[in-house]
Design a protein around this ligand. Structure first.
Ligand SMILES: *[C@@H]1O[C@H](CO)[C@@H](O)[C@H](O)[C@H]1NC(C)=O
Ligand SMILES: *[C@@H]1O[C@H](CO)[C@@H](O)[C@H](O)[C@H]1NC(C)=O
Ligand SMILES: *[C@@H]1O[C@H](CO)[C@@H](O)[C@H](O)[C@H]1NC(C)=O
Ligand SMILES: *[C@@H]1O[C@H](CO)[C@@H](O)[C@H](O)[C@H]1NC(C)=O
Ligand SMILES: *[C@@H]1O[C@H](CO)[C@@H](O)[C@H](O)[C@H]1NC(C)=O
Length: 442
């Protein structure tokens, strides 16, 4: 047997050398969980969190792998910290048993608890935040039994503003043109500027160091909206990092975010997870097709999958989407860290940046599915046919041969489609997705 690692394994070790590797595999795979914000915003309390945890179990979401129950903004006393200890104080009305009380109940159910703060002086809703108090807050979180920290980007004092502005091709983060350029930025960084030296990177690095110094493994979820070119340093800072401004339960916003995030697939691997924001499945007036397409995109991109809808009133068809065993199996692959990539844009020429029509044809290898996940989307406004042509799909051609037939399973219906020769076509309603598990040749 050779002493040498295969080249691919060596390259993948090198490329993860700067990633934030945590004990017990925490952060190695993209997180699965639930969060209060998209469901309840600031209107939260102990009982809503316990209801979510109990429903996660009743609905089979825990068995499907969802494990984090996360408290977002508005959990602490708003008027300030404890004057003696300088600690944040859990709101005694919302959380009569403190955060530690919630944590022990959540742990008793075999789930994990997440909390929220911001790398500024106040959170987005105006509650105390952690800039300058990183160590104290990390110690509180660890002592309370917290397992996950979402760290937002509000309340940043002017003295902490970055010297330069990075173009996030996102209309919530300043002007941008439909082609993803930011013509209005007046102070772009000089070529070769190292964004890991930016004040933003330092704000987020300070909390990483604080979390690493406490005696508890707390998954670190950066929420700095892709600013300061996060993709160049965030995998060394946190376990996942937001790439855009906030999601809303509107198809146009979901498509826009998916388009932006789709260009970051080279940054996805074990320990390294760009985050296009939490799920809106079950929210707003998204159609069933849009709910499906949203979930399939997020799963294929190996984004954190954090549910954001009230679980005591969620519809059965939305639960079924969130529990899709094929997509979750692809997402949680313990052997292959890379996500699916677009192999063809479809509606547009390849590599087109289009907030309305993201790439439509995606594929990725899976050790757990025993084959290739293939997705086809219809981002147009009316029903269209889409065709997956086996010879166009990178995983199905090349040195392994160009077989004409493959065993195919429909990932939504779990139906065995038999031996499919050459290609597979499907009529898709507006904003729908076909999800295929393409297995052995036949
Ligand atoms: C983006 O669009 C603007 C305005 O139409 C144009 O000036 C610019 O060259 C385009 N940039 C790219 C990279 O396509
Ligand atoms: C760290 O936590 C573990 C588990 O809670 C405990 O057994 C251990 O004593 C702690 N170590 C220190 C240094 O506090
Ligand atoms: C992680 O970040 C480093 C730079 O810090 C980069 O070299 C590496 O390619 C990144 N890995 C992934 C998977 O994005
Ligand atoms: C899809 O293809 C079928 C078979 O070729 C055709 O009958 C149908 O009209 C097409 N549907 C759309 C929406 O183009
Ligand atoms: C399969 O097809 C691709 C693309 O046409 C070609 O590059 C490759 O050499 C083929 N592989 C075999 C084993 O024939």
């Amino acid at each position: 047997m050779s002493h040498y690692l295969p080249l691919a394994a060596l390259l993948s070790l090198l490329s993860q050398a700067n990633a934030l590797v945590r004990p017990d595999g925490v952060g190695r795979l993209p997180a699965l969980g639930w969060n209060t914000w998209n469901a309840f915003a600031c209107d939260i309390d102990d009982s809503k969190i316990m209801t979510a945890a109990e429903e996660a179990i009743n609905l089979g979401l825990k068995d499907a792998g969802y494990q984090y129950i996360n408290i977002d903004d508005c959990w602490s006393v708003q008027s300030g910290r404890d004057p003696n200890t300088q600690r944040m104080i859990p709101d005694p009305v919302k959380f009569p048993n403190g955060i530690s009380g919630v944590a022990s109940e959540i742990h008793g159910l075999g789930l994990k608890l997440g909390i929220y703060s911001s790398a500024g002086t106040v959170t987005c809703a105006g509650y105390p935040a952690s800039l300058g108090y990183e160590k104290i807050d990390a110690e509180s979180f660890a002592e309370w039994g917290v397992d996950y920290l979402k760290y937002d980007n509000c309340g940043v004092p002017a003295s902490w503003n970055d010297q330069y502005t990075h173009c996030v091709p996102d209309n919530t983060n300043g002007a941008r043109l439909p082609n993803g350029t930011c013509p209005d930025i007046t102070n772009p960084a000089p070529p070769g500027y190292d964004w890991s030296t930016s004040r933003t990177a330092h704000r987020y690095g300070a909390m990483r160091d604080a979390l690493l110094s406490v005696n508890r493994t707390i998954l670190y979820s950066l929420c700095e909206w892709g600013q300061a070119d996060a993709k160049e340093w965030a995998n060394a800072t946190g376990n996942s990092w937001r790439t855009t401004g906030d999601i809303t339960p509107d198809w146009s916003r979901i498509a826009e975010i998916a388009n932006e995030n789709s260009f970051l697939m080279n940054y996805v691997d074990f320990w390294s997870h760009p985050d296009p924001d939490m799920l809106e499945v079950g929210n707003g007036d998204l159609t069933i097709e849009e709910n499906r397409a949203h979930f399939a995109l997020w799963a294929a991109m190996k984004s954190p999958l954090i549910i954001g809808t009230p679980l005591d009133s969620i519809r059965e068809e939305h639960v079924a989407i969130l529990k899709n065993k094929h997509l979750l199996s692809f997402h949680q692959d313990p052997v292959i860290g890379r996500p699916a990539y677009p192999y063809k844009w479809g509606y547009n020429p390849d590599w087109t940046f289009d907030p309305v029509h993201p790439a439509e044809y995606w594929s990725g290898p899976s050790s757990t599915l025993g084959g290739t996940l293939v997705l086809m989307f219809n981002f147009e406004e009316s029903a269209k046919n889409r065709t997956a042509v086996w010879s166009e799909i990178p995983e199905l051609r090349g040195s392994a041969g160009n077989h004409t037939g493959y065993h195919v399973t429909d990932a939504w219906t779990d139906k065995d489609l038999g031996c499919v020769k050459g290609e597979y076509s499907k009529t898709l309603q507006s904003h729908d997705v076909a999800a295929l598990v393409v297995g052995k040749s036949c």
